[in-house]
Design a protein around this ligand. Structure first.
Ligand SMILES: [Fe+2]
Length: 275
């Protein structure tokens, strides 16, 4: 196909931005315009297809609310979130890998004592004790790190998606102890579909893709002097580990729950990079 179709148009658009006060904005927009124009040249996009694309983006914005972030889902399902993560977090082998933040963080929760449950109502899921250490990249314990966790209920929905659940159900904030330890009680996470009743779900179906994510617990760990870690732990053996709808699985984040006195136990140590 004609890769040089109307090249002066691309040059004109890029030249029009030459006085942008912010050089970084100019750089990003220059590359964006170049690639966007090339998509149109390479595919010889029809007017109907472009109209459909605009309709899709309009619908994506239209469904967004304080509890529904369709653009994050779009970014996640196209692998964009994981790529942004990859270019920003080359922590090396000594630190815990990061993964997608996702659309379901709902702000910092009240701090709970070590070992407390994050359930605000009983659930039928397998009781699970999650525990481990917060360490630096040389293995030294970090005291006072803020550990924020969130996960779905066994029905596969987060509290913010499900009015039946109490606010803050299956969410909690903890502080690591002097020896770096943390622990909390929860239920074994389950695999769940990302919200697929909107434009992103329609896109996934059109592309022959499923919307499911393997079972996981979200973690965000912050401590002064360290880079904030946004990650998950994934449960070994899940059917969707190899086909996560948002491409978030990394082998080092897979855990093997073991039988515990009253249910299951997950042990996982996190290693943070220096700031
Ligand atoms: Fe999640």
């Amino acid at each position: 196909m004609n890769a040089t179709l109307f090249p002066e148009l691309t040059t004109s658009v890029i030249d029009a931005m030459k006085d942008a006060a912010n050089p970084r904005l100019r750089e990003i927009m220059t590359v964006l315009v170049r690639h966007l124009h090339d998509v149109i040249r390479e595919t010889r996009l029809t007017e109907g297809e472009w109209a459909a694309a605009i309709e899709f983006l309009t619908a994506t914005g239209g469904i967004c609310s304080s509890t529904r972030q369709e653009f994050i889902l779009l970014s996640d399902t196209l692998g964009v979130s994981m790529l942004v993560d990859a270019v920003n977090h080359d922590g090396g082998e000594a630190v815990t890998p990061s993964t997608v933040f996702g659309p379901f963080y709902s702000g910092e929760q009240d701090e709970l004592p070590a070992g407390a449950s994050i359930l605000k109502r009983p659930e039928a899921g397998e009781p699970t004790l999650v525990s481990g250490l917060i360490l630096d990249d040389s293995g030294t314990p970090i005291e006072g790190a803020l550990i924020e966790v969130w996960q779905t209920a066994p029905c596969g929905l987060y509290d913010v998606q499900d009015h039946e659940q109490p606010d803050g159900h299956l969410r909690g904030s903890f502080r690591s102890a002097a020896d770096g330890s943390y622990s909390f009680e929860t239920v074994l996470p389950v695999s769940y579909p990302i919200p697929d009743d909107g434009p992103v779900g329609k896109m996934l179906r059109a592309l022959g893709r499923h919307p499911n994510r393997p079972a996981h617990i979200h973690f965000m760990i912050s401590a002064p002097g360290y880079r904030r870690l946004v990650t998950h732990i994934f449960v070994a053996g899940d059917d969707y580990l190899a086909s996560d709808a948002v491409f978030g699985v990394k082998p080092d984040l897979i855990v093997h729950p073991t039988a515990h006195e009253d249910g299951m136990a997950i042990a996982y140590d996190f290693r943070l990079a220096g700031a």
